[in-house]
Design a protein around this ligand. Structure first.
Ligand code: NAP
Length: 201
């Protein structure tokens, strides 16, 4: 029997990358996963790639209306055992070139999105549920031109320290993923990262 047999997981940003690798891993361990993303075709493709026990819900984590819709759909299935607030974006923009639009998009997605993904899920969390937010090694490093992204991930790192205490969850963890020095972020690496972080490997 899988380690997540019968569990319900919500994974935001589950159509590719770390989110999709995590969704596949969770389903292989017996969970039903809800994955999100903004693009319907990519969502449909990801659900097909996972194969079974996956539901795709289109939405933007920065939209509170979209989050309400997500949790209405999840509620029909039951309660949440694992919440993986994984969506995040960023780029290399040097001080002097940072625009208000870039700043707002980064913080709205990475910080506001993660915060309301968690807060709106609270009524649906089972006792002892796990809440995992995707951080980044960038939060602790001084990578040139990565300041806005790093600041948003530093906010996530701190938010994690308060997450479990403010909910019925027994765990609030931050998956501080890192970059490979050669810049490649292959599927194997992502599989390994999320498996280790989520305690499955
Ligand atoms: N890859 C790395 O090397 C690395 C390193 C450190 C930390 N991280 C962090 O790990 C997390 C995942 O990274 P990744 O590289 O696996 O991501 P990715 O491959 O870029 O995938 C991002 C996922 O999030 C979805 N998404 C993006 N913006 C969204 C929004 N506003 N609302 C809903 N869904 C949204 C995307 O689908 P749509 O575009 O269709 O919405 C996609 O499914 C992020 O938080 C990132 O900051 C990644």
């Amino acid at each position: 029997m899988g380690k997540l047999q019968g569990k319900v997981a919500v994974i935001t940003g589950g159509t590719q990358g770390i989110g999709l690798a995590t969704a596949k891993l969770f389903v292989s361990e017996g969970a039903h996963v809800f994955i999100t993303g903004r693009r319907q075709k990519e969502l449909d493709d990801a659900v097909a790639a996972i194969g079974s026990h996956a539901t795709g819900v289109r939405g933007d984590v920065a939209s509170l209306t979209d989050l309400d819709r997500l949790y209405e759909i999840v509620k029909a299935k039951g309660r949440i055992d694992i919440l993986f607030a994984n969506v995040g974006l960023g780029g290399f923009v040097p001080l002097g070139s940072i625009t208000e639009e870039y700043y707002d998009k980064t913080f709205d997605t990475n910080v506001k999105g993660a915060l309301f993904t968690v807060q709106k899920a609270l009524p649906l969390l089972n006792d002892g549920a796990s809440i995992i937010l995707t951080g980044s090694a960038a939060a602790a490093k001084g990578t040139p031109s990565f300041g806005v992204y790093a600041a948003s991930k530093a906010a996530i790192r701190w938010a994690c320290r308060y997450t479990a205490g403010g909910s019925s969850a027994s765990r609030g963890d931050c998956a501080n993923c890192g970059h490979r020095p050669d810049g490649a972020h292959g599927r194997a690496l992502r599989d390994r990262q999320c498996g280790v972080v989520l305690g499955l490997r």
